[in-house]
Design a protein around this ligand. Structure first.
Ligand SMILES: O=C(O)c1ccccc1NCC(=O)[C@H](O)[C@H](O)COP(=O)(O)O
Length: 209
């Protein structure tokens, strides 16, 4: 089954709507979706058991990440900045390293990292992620040795996520802008996205039996 991560959650209702996801993300980096450590700690109480909590950081210090991870009880850290392979290896938690994909050369450095997952994303707009833009998915296909560890991100929506899964066959998919309306998380879109991935996977399996 394709894993789902819903990112940039900032309130209880959105977290509860994401109950069918595998991961939820709290953004601690500069962003319109940023949460403080105290807000994330409070919101963590609403994260259903079994849903992994991911902290999103950009060029943050190891010490700050450690303090936030402990207080919020994070399961993963997602690094969206210029963090080196050595920096990622020093993390006490499993790491999702994000890479901006403009052309195939952007993925050459992926092989120098030893992380749990590689999140392939569009180049950030104002911030280092959450742009709502797609990138050329065919580039991700050139790295099939990573396929089982790719989380595909960037401009995914309930309407295009099946096409993305069919083309890239990633381990997981990640969304933020595509489940928002007027800059706020939209509960119906969160349900629709999770449904498109999970029900779509089941339908694909049934049709091959
Ligand atoms: O979402 C943000 O605002 C953000 C800001 C800075 C660094 C990372 C950020 N988001 C990380 C994510 O995991 C997003 O879900 C991912 O970039 C895809 O975003 P979108 O294209 O909006 O679906």
């Amino acid at each position: 089954m394709t894993q789902v991560k819903i990112c940039g959650l900032q309130n209880q209702q959105a977290i509860e709507a994401a109950a069918g996801a595998d991961f939820i993300g709290f953004v601690f980096a500069k962003s319109k979706r940023r949460v403080t450590i105290d807000e994330a700690t409070e919101l963590s109480a609403y994260v259903p058991p079994g849903v992994k909590k991911v902290g999103v950081f950009v060029n943050e210090s190891i010490e700050t990440i450690r303090i936030i991870a402990e207080q919020v009880n994070l399961d993963y850290v997602q690094l969206h900045g210029d963090e080196s392979p050595a920096f990622c290896s020093e993390m006490a938690l499993p790491v999702i390293k994000a890479f901006e994909v403009r052309d195939p050369s952007d993925l050459e450095k992926v092989a120098t990292y030893d992380c749990d997952y590689y999140l392939l994303d569009s180049p950030g707009g104002k911030y280092r992620g959450g742009s709502g833009e797609t990138f050329d998915w065919s580039i991700a296909n050139q790295y099939d040795f990573l396929q089982k560890r790719i989380i595909l991100a960037g401009g995914l929506r309930p309407e295009n996520v099946r096409e993305a899964i069919t083309e890239v066959m990633p381990h997981g998919v990640d969304v933020s802008s595509g489940v928002e309306t007027d800059g706020e998380k939209d509960l119906d879109k969160i349900h629709a996205f999770i449904n498109a991935v999970k029900k779509g996977d089941n339908d694909d399996i049934s049709s091959t039996k």
